[in-house]
Design a binder for this molecule. Structure first.
Ligand SMILES: Cc1cc2nc3c(=O)[nH]c(=O)nc-3n(C[C@H](O)[C@H](O)[C@H](O)COP(=O)(O)OP(=O)(O)OC[C@H]3O[C@@H](n4cnc5c(N)ncnc54)[C@H](O)[C@@H]3O)c2cc1C
Length: 292
């Protein structure tokens, strides 16, 4: 239960953090809230030579909406910071709602959105919302920065597009247009709060009340969170009737490799598929209601 020896750095600027990460590459681990990293180090599943604590780096933990209608969330923003960010709920309900159902108050005060996304636990809540909102993730290194869409970020179990020497610095999301609504539905694992299955829906209505756009993110069901493209395609252009929503939601696991729909000690694969369809229908109905 004691981590192996490591050097500890607490840089105060992003430039210094990026230079340290560039210098140590694969031998370094970045520390955000430590909720996932510290247990892994104590169990020696992770044994970095160098730990770079981002806690004192300025400018990474804010939430703001810029004049061009973009929401900027620093990677070190805690779940609570997002949940309670002034004015955010009225601009993007899905972000505030997702933050509010992560773990408990202690977890939300310490865990960060960046740590959650980079750790990429298959049962984490943020990926569902980030996928539904088609967020853009800014990844920085000593050589510059690049932007990756949420849909391209999650690559495999606990694996993202972040490479050694890189940091996730910011998550940006376009403020949804008028007549939009978002909702997140999940069944939580009772000890931790992680999702047994969770579905986030973000929809926009056209002037007739039909679906102009839809984003559906699914977590907890497969080894990698995903965008349910078949559900989105079934919704766009149609009405939000009970039948139309049920038919679209029934496609919640379309395209997922059946071998990837495995159960574990918390729930069978079959039950997770059932929940994914059920929560897709509930989240879409609630999002459409909020949009209207
Ligand atoms: C008791 C408990 C209950 C929880 N319940 C839930 C829940 O209900 N739902 C849920 O979604 N989550 C839940 N979590 C997860 C938690 O909320 C954290 O978001 C998650 O564990 C990541 O932790 P962290 O932010 O402290 O990051 P850390 O543990 O510090 O880091 C996690 C990983 O990401 C890397 N990393 C961190 N930040 C960056 C960055 N900016 N750039 C590059 N790499 C980075 C680290 O090197 C490490 O590999 C729970 C955690 C605990 C302990």
């Amino acid at each position: 239960m004691i981590p192996s020896k490591f050097d500890y750095h607490a840089p105060k600027t992003l430039k210094k953090a990026l230079s340290l990460i560039g210098e140590h590459g694969d031998n370094a681990k970045v520390l955000a809230g430590g909720h996932s990293l510290i247990p892994l180090m104590k169990l020696r599943f992770a044994a970095p030579d160098v730990v770079i604590d981002l806690g004192q780096v300025g400018g990474l933990s804010g939430v703001r909406v810029s004049k061009d209608g973009t929401i900027h969330i620093g990677a070190m923003a805690t779940h609570h910071t997002v949940e309670s960010a002034r004015g955010l709920k009225s601009k993007c309900q899905l972000l505030s709602e997702t933050a509010s159902v992560i773990g408990d108050a202690q977890v939300r005060n310490r865990g960060t959105i960046g740590g959650s996304l980079v750790h990429a636990d298959p049962a984490a809540d943020w990926p569902a919302a980030i996928l539904a909102l088609n967020a853009q993730l800014e990844i920085s290194s000593a050589d510059g920065s690049r932007t990756v869409s949420a849909g391209d970020f999650f690559m495999d179990l606990l694996t993202t597009d972040i490479k050694p020497g890189e940091l996730l610095t910011e998550i940006t999301i376009a403020v949804p247009p008028a007549n939009s609504g978002g909702a997140y539905e999940k069944m939580h694992q009772s000890a931790s709060g992680f999702a047994i299955a969770g579905v986030a829906a973000q929809v926009t209505l056209d002037s007739s009340g039909n679906c102009a756009a839809a984003g559906i993110g699914v977590t907890g069901v497969a080894s990698v969170p995903y965008r349910a493209a078949a559900v989105e395609a079934a919704l766009v252009g149609g009405p939000f009737t009970e039948d139309a929503i049920a038919a679209a939601a029934d496609k919640a696991v379309d395209g997922v490799d059946p071998d990837d729909l495995q159960g574990d000690l918390h729930a069978s694969g079959e039950y997770r598929v059932h929940l994914a369809k059920l929560f897709a229908a509930r989240a879409i109905a609630r999002a459409a209601n909020l949009a209207g």
